[in-house]
Ligand binder design. Structure first.
Ligand SMILES: NC(=O)c1ccc[n+]([C@@H]2O[C@H](COP(=O)([O-])OP(=O)(O)OC[C@H]3O[C@@H](n4cnc5c(N)ncnc54)[C@H](O)[C@@H]3O)[C@@H](O)[C@H]2O)c1
Length: 266
């Protein structure tokens, strides 16, 4: 039995994870973490997902549950994730990280920690999006430098980072396939007298509103035709199931930094 802790357990993803872990054989939810000061500290994690009492209470410090879990699933905010990464590396706990919006320094800290434990970090854990990554590679390879490439994403009004981690990952797949560097070729939003489009750029557009779970479209636009590869998530359960699958997988690894491609063997 793999014992799983969830950081951000009272969040949108956290509550969905409680439900997903509860429905998975071979995994047990053995700890839940929320930020200090939360009114939910001490609440039973099962109650967060209306599953009834489980006997596992929400804590505000991983040190309180250090002997109670093998894998930490973290869907929080970058500063909290980095603190948890350091804790897990020190105590040999495996990690599944879903948090997006990490800066380059924070990503380097995750990579460093993965030298002493196994970490799976992915901007999107849905199986469909990971299939899209493969399709994008193929489209970029065939349509190449003859098209303009634009990426549009839409999320709920509470999302704090933009563009989404998934949109950036999609951009990276396309840029890598075409031998471009996303850092120098990305254009984030346009305004004013921008002049004609440079074909080497990859444009990003962001929509925020309502309860949209997550939509992504990558357009390969030629003269006379265009290809659009679209993924629409209608339930957070798709991400939670991916995270659950990843935690069983990462528990079998010793050290290293992985992504969903490794978990799904794509
Ligand atoms: N990889 C994926 O498949 C995927 C899917 C959905 C969301 N996300 C990402 O997951 C993250 C969370 O998304 P959400 O919609 O659940 O957000 P949310 O705001 O609903 O939940 C985040 C939770 O983290 C908690 N938190 C903040 N600081 C903490 C700390 N120091 N210790 C413990 N808990 C802390 C908050 O109190 C909150 O309950 C975001 O970065 C989002 O982009 C990733």
């Amino acid at each position: 039995m793999t014992r799983v802790a969830v950081a951000g357990v009272a969040g949108r993803m956290g509550r969905t994870l409680v439900e997903a872990i509860n429905a998975t054989d071979g995994l047990t939810l053995s700890a839940g973490l929320e930020q200090a000061g939360s009114s939910l500290i001490g609440v039973d994690v099962g109650e967060l997902a209306a599953l009834g009492a489980t006997g596992v209470k929400v804590v505000d410090d991983l040190a309180n549950v250090v002997d109670d879990f093998d894998v930490l699933i973290d869907f929080t905010v970058p500063v909290a994730t980095i603190k948890n990464v350091e804790f897990c590396a020190r105590h040999g706990k495996k990690m599944v990280i879903g948090t997006t919006g990490l800066n380059d320094e924070q990503k380097a800290q995750v990579a460093k920690a993965a030298e002493s434990t196994a970490i799976m970090h992915a901007s999107n854990m849905s199986i469909g999006v990971n299939v899209c990554f493969k399709l994008l590679e193929q489209a970029a390879r065939v349509m190449g430098d003859d098209v303009d490439i634009e990426i549009i994403e839409a999320h709920h009004r509470h999302k704090i980072d933009a563009p989404s981690g998934t949109a950036l990952s999609m951009g990276e797949v396309v840029a890598d396939t075409l031998g471009r560097n996303l850092k120098t070729c990305a254009v984030y939003g346009r305004e004013g007298l921008e002049g004609p489009r440079d074909r080497e750029t990859i444009g990003f557009g962001t929509i925020r509103g309502g309860d949209i779970v997550g939509d992504h479209t990558v357009m390969f636009i030629a003269d006379g035709e265009r290809v659009e590869i679209t993924h629409k998530a209608s339930s957070r359960m798709t991400f939670a199931r991916g995270a659950v699958r990843a935690s069983a997988w990462v528990s079998e690894q010793t050290t290293g930094l992985y992504n969903m491609k490794d978990v799904l063997d794509l």
